[in-house]
Design a protein around this ligand. Sequence first.
Ligand code: BES
Ligand code: ZN
Length: 380
Amino acid sequence: MSGDRAYAHLIVLAQDIGSRSAGSDAEFAAADYIADQLTSYGYRASLDAFQVEYFVEQASRLEVLSPEAVTLEPRALHLSASGEATGELVAAGIGRPEDFPAGDLAGRVALLERGELAFSDKMANAAAAGAAAVIVYNNQEGSFRGDLSEESAIPAVSISQAEGQQLVALLAQGPVTVRLSVEAGLEQTTSNNVVARPPDGRCEEVVGAHYDSVDAGPGANDNASGVAVLLETARALALSGEQDGVCLVAFGAEEVGLVGSHRFVATLSGDERQAVRAMINLDMVGVGDQWQLTGSQELVAEVDAEAATIGLDPVPAEMPPGLSADENNFIAAGIPAVLIHRFDDPRYHSSEDQVQFVEPRLLEQATELALLALRVLSGS
Ligand code: BES
Ligand code: ZN
């Protein structure tokens, strides 16, 4: 196996093809490339097309108009209604019904702290109290992405803890007027999973990696790196004759809600699902300081215990708060799964997530870790 071969795949995906957002021609070109590679190693590769409906935030704005002009950096909550509201800001705790001040909040904007209640419950309570829009500020450092379980009736955004505290401090001095607007909506597109089966067709283990990227950048580490390692793992297995029972799946439309992996799991028959002993997810494996293993405890412990045999020292880790990846759809379906990753990438989801920051040496190590996990699973 070789880090340089993996790096060559990374160049094709993240430099020649470039940004591969769900449903784009570039995403399709990447699927085609991945299928061709897997076919050339002797697998039976095919594209499985599916529809994707996803939420797009075009623009959100939040300004304090008085007592002084301040521009903040809001993010729409996932599934927020579009719209604009200008009105007095009202702090209402964490958004329990009793946190809202008595009287009608009509035309006013509720400022809520994150925590305890689901975002959808906070929203429902705010709408019931008559609020025209909602701002949720973080209860820990930094900003966050909040998800509603259904479309909200009024616009809703999140802001960082620091910005929230700034608004609370202004409110302590007197009335505050804000203007908030959200432009967002649902879009439909088509994406594909690339599914490669070994010649005998059985999937006892699934090695997966998403191949789409965010719109903002070329997704070299996130996640051309994982796909490059998936391809190199497939080639190594085929060369050593160990490919029986191993399926390789490159997921589309991960960045818009883990859609490809959800689709893959949902379309397994009961028997097929039973036959899959475990899933290994490769996501963000080319940048950063430390190998991390996340997911099903037993699997994480087993791979961790054997890693010294290949000279690596990963740490079992929780997923960074608020983030999610494809192994979760397998775990939710009762299939043990492990995510192999190095998360600390300062260029995550930015235009700077480019090939020159990815280390071939790490791609090679990730391939070794994936092959090790497969050996652990097969008990050899
Ligand atoms: N690559 C990330 C997930 C990830 C985070 C992997 C940390 C390894 C370590 C993934 O592409 C991502 O950004 N996921 C979204 C999922 C969402 C759109 C459902 C996220 O976590 O925000
Ligand atoms: Zn990713």
